[in-house]
Write a protein that binds this ligand. Structure first.
Ligand SMILES: [Zn+2]
Length: 320
């Protein structure tokens, strides 16, 4: 097993399963606790669940778990009211050690800060454009999306070291990565499977999100093994579509699947190709971005995208 896959698996399990379950267990022990402890448990657990609700990677486990944790937390909060008289009577009990309180308050600040920057992903400082959603068959979720300049927890397309290193972060800052969910609410069968075919979105047909002229096509790059950590540092098989106002770039198509040619005039909804896992990509998914037209380099600064009028923030679902 590659180090990349092992590390990803460990972090996914820790963030979405181990910590939430431990917090729920910790929260459920409220008999004979001090009032301070009771509030700390409720606030800390609530903030953690809120943070992972917004910025977690639910497609790897299941989106159902995202909602289940919120329900379980609400049940535990409601249950605690039955104990409230008893807790209240314990108010005079000695305070917890200062160091524990200090750590808990510190964690509350850290969690609040990350929730705050996650929520900042919803707004942009410049006007966005509206596109058609590029798929039409199933439930799709956003892996990374939103204002990545102010919100690295929701969208990595600006702050990631690779984008900065090759100097394209200003062009990719509002890019969106899309995956597809199966009936279990996950993007693949199994945890980080090694074969592309296990991912629901692999070989899914991609349709043009706008009218325009095909400016560039790259269609010869081989597929990656998911989560191997060994990827070519380029955008993979891709299409650039130019309209009168902007350029759309769509990346990571399957090798040889693109059916349009450079110079073609295409309409919204035209078949473009199939989703693959080519270029710098962990797993089969579609990367899409909009850019201003820059005379010198063709692609200028990034523009925020909306699909069918909806803001594609991380974890937004599209039902098609
Ligand atoms: Zn991307």
């Amino acid at each position: 097993m590659s180090l990349k896959r092992l590390l990803s698996l460990f972090l996914l399990l820790l963030i979405h399963l181990f910590i939430p379950v431990l917090l729920l267990i910790w929260m459920s022990f409220i008999k004979n606790v001090r009032i301070v402890d009771f509030f700390m448990k409720t606030i800390l657990t609530g903030l953690y669940f809120l943070l992972i609700y917004f910025s977690g990677f639910w497609g790897y486990f299941t989106y159902y778990l995202r909602y289940l944790f919120i329900i379980l937390y609400s049940i535990l909060v409601a249950r605690s009211f039955f104990y409230f008289d008893r807790i209240n009577s314990l108010i005079s009990k000695s305070n917890p050690p200062h160091i524990i309180l200090f750590i808990e308050v510190g964690l509350i600040f850290i969690l609040s800060y990350y929730i705050y920057i996650s929520l900042k992903a919803y707004s942009y400082d410049i006007k966005g454009i509206n596109l058609d959603f590029p798929f039409n068959n199933g439930i799709y979720s956003i892996i990374w999306g939103g204002n990545s300049v102010v919100s690295p927890t929701m969208n990595r397309h600006y702050h990631h070291s690779l984008y900065k290193k090759i100097g394209i972060h200003d062009k990719t800052k509002y890019a969106v990565d899309i995956t597809k969910l199966n009936g279990f609410g996950t993007s693949a069968l199994g945890l980080l499977p090694k074969i592309n075919e296990a991912y629901s979105i692999f070989q899914e047909e991609v349709y043009s999100p706008c009218d325009g002229k095909v400016l560039k096509v790259v269609n010869h790059i081989h597929e990656n093994i998911p989560f191997s950590g060994i990827y070519p540092k380029d955008l993979g098989n891709r299409i650039l579509i130019k309209t009168s106002e902007f350029i759309i770039m769509i990346c990571h198509f399957q090798n040889g699947s693109i059916v349009v040619k450079e110079g073609d005039q295409i309409k919204k909804g035209a078949l473009l190709g199939q989703v693959g896992n080519s270029g710098w990509s962990d797993q089969p998914h579609l990367h899409i971005q909009a850019n201003h037209i820059d005379d010198s380099t063709s692609i200028g600064e990034g523009i925020p995208i909306f699909f069918d009028g909806k803001n594609p923030i991380k974890n937004t679902l599209f039902f098609k």
